[in-house]
Design a protein. Sequence first.
Length: 157
Amino acid sequence: MSKPPASIALEQLGIPHRVFRHEQPVTSLEEAAAARNQRPEQVVRSILFQVRAGEFVMVLMAGGGQVDWKKLRQLVKRSRVRMATEEEVLEVTGYRIGTVSPFGVRQPVRVLMDASVLREEEVSLGSGVRNVAIIMKSEDVRRALGEVETVDLSERE
């Protein structure tokens, strides 16, 4: 089996991680977490937003937390922000929705890491391939992303 693109990118950076292949398709965060022997809070979603025409930002959010739109708009200094379309996600990252990873993306994109990601010692992220995840230490996620901005973008209940 070939290596997923995110794994190849991490290897080139010398970042330790492991590849996890689901035996059957997962349809929810909870299912993914259970199969990976993790809690839902350890599953990191990579969500792409359009800030303005041709400009995107990727938010890494752990668990089921929702992105607070107001905080995001303030952070990117735009009054209007929207989620990227399926086509935009593929074009910018090279990945399909549901497989998006911050590693090995097609175009350089600003990454904002929600503080929730660093609350867990070990997390799992998309790999660029459906039903395949990357499992690694959250500290290594930060190291691999270099100058990543750690922010608080979670909605408060």
